[in-house]
Design a protein around this ligand. Structure first.
Ligand code: IMP
Ligand code: MG
Length: 180
């Protein structure tokens, strides 16, 4: 076990719990896609890069990994629009696609992405999110969810606060007033 102390960040989900949960998600996905030729894991940059690295390695089924980049929302604004910054390289048509996202909050990001991809006629499309916040009026649900978390800003395991803390091995809550 690594112990990392970062001022302003409080551990919410320890590393070993993330590891165990990723393995159990991978088991379910292996089962659900056992009859399918190949699965395309489509990671949403940048928040999902560590999650997809671990998830893709924990799977046994045939899989490819590709990425798409969307604009992240501005903390100062209420609900800014979602924008495509970088598209996938692998053609989506006819493939079984699993979108791998870091966080499901309002669902605005996921809705945008699922609409975009559905228009390209995949064989199937589902989503897997690492953490889910308790939003009441969510526009869309995810098929696989790692953890339910409180409505607070979280960092670590790929997640950032102003591009900081992505490389922390655990998921933690951040107190902006206590940062260096
Ligand atoms: P949604 O579109 O409201 O579902 O917001 C989801 C997106 O906002 C995610 O893809 C994240 O990139 C970002 N986000 C929301 N909450 C957090 C957080 O607590 N930490 C880091 N990123 C977050
Ligand atoms: Mg994101």
């Amino acid at each position: 076990m690594t112990h990392v102390h970062v001022p302003g960040v409080r551990e919410l989900i320890p590393e070993h719990e993330i590891r165990a949960r990723v393995l159990s998600l991978a088991e379910r996905i292996d089962e659900d896609y056992s009859e399918v030729g190949e699965l395309l894991l489509l990671g949403v940059l940048r928040g999902s890069y560590i999650f997809i690295a671990d998830l893709s390695r924990a799977l046994s089924i045939d899989r490819r990994v590709d990425f798409i980049a969307l604009s992240s929302y501005e903390r100062e604004e209420q609900r800014s629009g979602v924008r495509l910054i970088m598209d996938a390289r692998v053609p989506i048509e006819g493939r079984h696609v699993l979108v791998v996202e870091d966080i499901l909050d309002t669902g605005g990001t996921l809705t945008y992405l699922l609409d975009l991809l559905a228009a390209r006629h995949p064989a199937s499309i589902r989503s897997c999110v690492l953490v889910r916040k308790p939003e009441q009026k969510r526009q869309v649900e995810a098929d696989y969810v790692g953890f339910e978390i409180p409505d607070t800003w979280v960092v670590g395991y790929g997640l950032d606060y102003d591009d900081r803390f992505r490389a922390l091995p655990f998921i933690g809550t951040v107190d902006p007033d206590a940062l260096d």
